[in-house]
Design a protein around this ligand. Structure first.
Ligand SMILES: Nc1ncnc2c1ncn2[C@@H]1O[C@H](COP(=O)(O)OP(=O)(O)OP(=O)(O)O)[C@@H](O)[C@H]1O
Length: 458
């Protein structure tokens, strides 16, 4: 009975959080009218909002920070990521934030992980993509029994790769470059994070006198205030590795997205942003940068391996998660190839309807992680694959080349597209192409694919 009442109360609180009592909200100088809920994630809600003075539509991401300073720092890390790539080549394929604000929500943070400090909510104002994301298209295809034109899909994937290239080949910008401005903005955000954190640390220390707090949480709160250290180290999104600290302008400073999946690729119209240079085709926009991390990350200890594995379990969606993140080994290096794997899964999902490992695990009843770690996947028209060695799928002779997809008499997808997917899904990360190789592969395949009119060829 008590549990039922607690559940009811919890649902009511969530509901109130989901639909704020006032339909208007102020973010810095903008007054925004809440129109409807667009989507929700673990600790966040995304609303469609309208600026009351300009009528412009935006998506407003509201991130609740129930675990005090740690969760505020994570949310601000995401804010920082949204300002990093604005001036970098390919950065127009990555979502950028229009504005953000951290607000006090009245309540106090308590319970496990809570520090008694004021509960904060981080609001991030983003451009609104009315066409939705790739997952929406997959769902529509499943419902309507239609499928992606391979040419259109490869065109979209080329855009995704260009966005990924901006992350994977990121260099620390010079002071006077446009990217330098983005970096200064990120520094401003870090400053705010530090201020926020110092407030929270102060609060946490005073609360620690009256409530039980773990010794390590208290120590880190004290350290941060005494040293005046910002939560997020220079340009690192809060997770800098030793090898990347202290980088100078122009030095490579790669990031991996770590949660590439169809739902995190929004669709826009490539209209050249007003200058008429666009192709008029669908332009993919990478979003949800909350999982982004510096790359490479050398794994030097067992505890670090477990921490990286835990972070991946929390932030990288399982059917799209690379094998090296399921079982992180001491002495290994986690790098940008995790995104190449996820992109392979994404391409397959667009073509077939779900991630290759989800499909295989549904088919065999085996666990998803075993399928991923064993590289066990196949095209629907193939017999079961025989993993020869890690990363290589041997197609069964009977199925190889002779199968057709969808009953149209034409092999779907064609061999060239299958090869692109297969290369991305090598279990050994070193065998996967890097983003530049992948761009070259797609550019080579694209002209060979038949023109697709409306994106559906059934
Ligand atoms: N800019 C946008 N324009 C239109 N819709 C959006 C936008 N941003 C988010 N959405 C919608 O809100 C959903 C949740 O957004 P987002 O992925 O950023 O939240 P999240 O909490 O990080 O989710 P997850 O738990 O999947 O990581 C998206 O799948 C999408 O449907």
């Amino acid at each position: 009975m008590a549990t039922t009442i607690m559940d009811l109360l919890s649902n009511l609180t969530n509901c109130l959080f989901c639909f704020p009592s006032s339909p208007n909200l102020k973010i810095n100088s903008r007054t925004l009218r809440l129109l409807r809920l667009l989507g929700e994630g673990g600790f966040s809600y995304v609303y469609l909002v309208q600026d009351t003075s300009t009528s412009a539509l935006y998506a407003l991401k509201k991130i609740r920070c129930p675990f005090g300073q740690e969760s505020v720092a994570l949310a601000l890390k995401e804010v920082e990521a949204y300002s990093l790539f604005g001036a970098v080549e390919g950065g127009d394929y990555i979502i950028h934030a229009v504005d953000h604000q951290v607000k006090d929500e009245g309540g106090r943070v308590s319970g496990i992980g809570g520090d008694g400090a004021q509960q904060k909510t981080v609001y991030i104002l983003l451009p609104y993509y009315r066409r939705g994301n790739l997952q929406d298209e997959i769902n529509a295809n499943l419902v309507n029994r239609t499928r992606f034109s391979e040419r259109r899909l490869m065109g979209i994937m080329l855009g995704v790769c260009r966005g990924l290239r901006a992350m994977h080949r990121y260099r620390v910008p010079g002071k006077d470059s446009g990217a330098g401005r983005a970096r200064r903005e990120a520094a401003r955000v870090r400053g705010e994070a530090a201020d926020e954190d110092r407030d929270l640390a102060r609060q946490a220390r005073s609360n620690a006198r009256t409530m039980t707090m773990t010794a390590s949480a208290q120590r880190s709160a004290d350290d941060e205030e005494e040293q005046g250290v910002p939560l997020m180290p220079e340009d690192a999104g809060g997770e800098v590795t030793a090898s990347q600290a202290g980088k100078k302008a122009g030095e490579a400073h790669a990031y991996a997205h770590r949660d590439i999946k169809p739902a995190n690729i929004m669709l826009d119209d490539d209209d050249g942003e007003g200058d008429g240079s666009g192709s008029g085709e669908t332009k993919p926009i990478l979003m949800d940068l909350g999982s982004m991390a510096p790359s490479p990350t050398p794994i030097t200890s067992r505890s670090q391996a477990l921490a990286v594995q835990d972070t991946a379990a929390e932030h990288s969606t399982m059917p799209y998660r690379a094998p090296e993140l399921f079982d992180v080994k001491t002495g290994s290096v986690i790098d940008t190839k995790v995104d190449i794997w996820s992109l392979g899964c994404t391409m397959y999902a667009c073509l077939i309807g779900k991630s290759p490992f989800e499909a295989r695990s549904d088919e065999t009843g085996g666990s998803l992680s075993i399928c991923v770690l064993g590289g066990d996947w196949k095209w629907p028209d193939e017999n079961a694959p025989k993993p020869k060695r890690q990363g290589t799928i041997v197609e069964d002779g009977a199925a190889n080349g002779s199968a057709t997809g969808g009953g149209s008499g034409k092999k779907y997808p064609c061999d060239e597209v299958r090869e692109v997917v297969r290369r991305c899904l090598a279990v050994e990360s070193a065998e996967r192409p890097d983003v530049d190789e992948l761009i070259s592969m797609i550019e080579e395949v694209l002209p060979k694919l038949p023109e697709g009119g409306n994106g559906l060829d059934d």
